[in-house]
Write a protein that binds this ligand. Structure first.
Ligand SMILES: [Fe+2]
Ligand SMILES: [Fe+2]
Length: 358
């Protein structure tokens, strides 16, 4: 009998180059913005802090960090079946998210070069970091005999347009949540080295410091634009972005709980911790944060989890398209209702706590 490693099937553009995952509401997004409005931004009220952050970026603490060591030099065939599929998916999603940051920051650096050199250089140096992160993840994918064609991804993906204010809310949150995600996995594996199934996780400690600094840059730039933070509209939008980011992560991660289980983590517990920490961090700059300790918060998210499970089952069934649509409709509506309920849950006003350490 021939023993074969059980490998998941992936579609390839050409040998070894993976077809990027289908875009859905839950996949990492690519952004574009109003560059002229960004170029006109006056950052003088917080220029000193931005200069200090630029100096940190220039110091380039992780210049020599992303070098593959001998731990990578082995076969990864033993990671097989569903774990292998989930692991490759994790690498692809992370690589796509990092690369999306790279593209946006690089473009901003280019467009702001003459009008706002300080901000442009910060974006340039953040794009340097994101390129390293994306490259390191793509190289990791090659250990599983697949890579992403990042040039193809640049051309083929749809770009979501956000006004600068919304770009700041979204990127700030994605940097800070990225920090908490990486550091939480790192600390867990530090306690449980037997669960470190692949060496990339060793790199997360310094790596997440890049994300933390990027988040601090967006914190400083929003403080340079107080009109983005101090009115009723800011409160409504910050609520919307916090909820969107938390809900997307929770739905994605619970769906892939097998991946977290392979690292010895419970996806729900992990996400609750990351959401709690990111929510607290966001209170340093946003005028409100979400009441994530209200039991109704996760009750509603769990309803969405089971809706999504039903939606997946309907999608995989052999029913004709119109029947599928009719079957899906109540679950879409229920997701909409849950989102509205979550949105109108009373948030926590943090403007009165400004300046305190959360
Ligand atoms: Fe990154
Ligand atoms: Fe980043």
């Amino acid at each position: 009998m021939v023993s074969t490693v059980q490998k998941p099937e992936f579609d390839e553009i050409r040998p070894g180059v993976k077809v990027p995952a289908k875009e859905t509401i839950l996949t990492p997004r690519f952004y574009t913005t109003d560059f002229d409005e960004m170029a006109k931004m006056d950052i003088s009220v917080n220029e000193d802090e931005l200069r200090a952050i630029l100096e940190e970026f220039r110091a380039d603490y992780n210049q020599k960090h992303f070098v593959r060591d001998e731990d990578f030099n082995q076969s990864w065939e033993h990671i097989d079946g569903e774990t292998r599929r989930l692991f490759i998916e994790f690498l692809e999603r992370s690589c796509t998210a990092e690369f999306s940051g790279f593209l946006l920051y690089k473009e901003l650096a280019r467009k702001l070069k003459t009008s706002s050199p300080l901000v442009a250089e910060c974006f340039q140096l953040m794009s340097r970091d994101e390129a390293r992160h994306a490259g390191f993840l793509n190289k990791a994918m090659s250990d599983f005999n697949l890579t992403l064609d990042l040039g193809f991804l640049t051309k083929s993906r749809q770009y979501t347009f956000f006004k600068p204010k919304f770009i700041f809310y979204a990127t700030y949150l994605s940097e800070k949540i990225g920090y908490w995600r990486y550091i939480t996995i790192y600390r867990h594996l530090e306690q449980h080295p037997e669960n470190r199934i692949y060496p990339i996780f060793k790199f997360f400690e310094n790596w997440c410091q890049d994300e933390n600094r990027h988040g601090d840059f967006f914190d400083a730039i929003m403080k340079a634009q107080p009109q983005f933070l101090n009115d009723w509209k800011a409160k409504l939008w910050c609520r919307f972005f916090l909820l969107s980011v938390f809900a997307t992560m929770y739905l994605n991660d619970v769906q892939r709980s097998g991946f977290y289980a392979s690292l010895g983590l419970d996806a729900r517990e992990y996400d609750k911790y990351v959401i709690d920490k990111t929510n607290d961090t966001a209170g340093r700059v946003f005028p409100i944060v979400l009441d994530v300790h209200n039991p109704k918060f996760y009750e509603s998210l769990e309803t969405c989890v089971s809706n999504n499970e039903q939606l997946r089952q309907i999608e995989e069934s052999n029913a004709p398209a119109p029947i599928k649509f009719l079957k899906k409709l109540p679950h879409y509506l229920s997701n909409g209702v849950q989102f509205v309920k979550l949105y109108f849950m009373k948030p926590i006003d943090v403007t009165s706590l400004e300046g305190t350490v959360l």
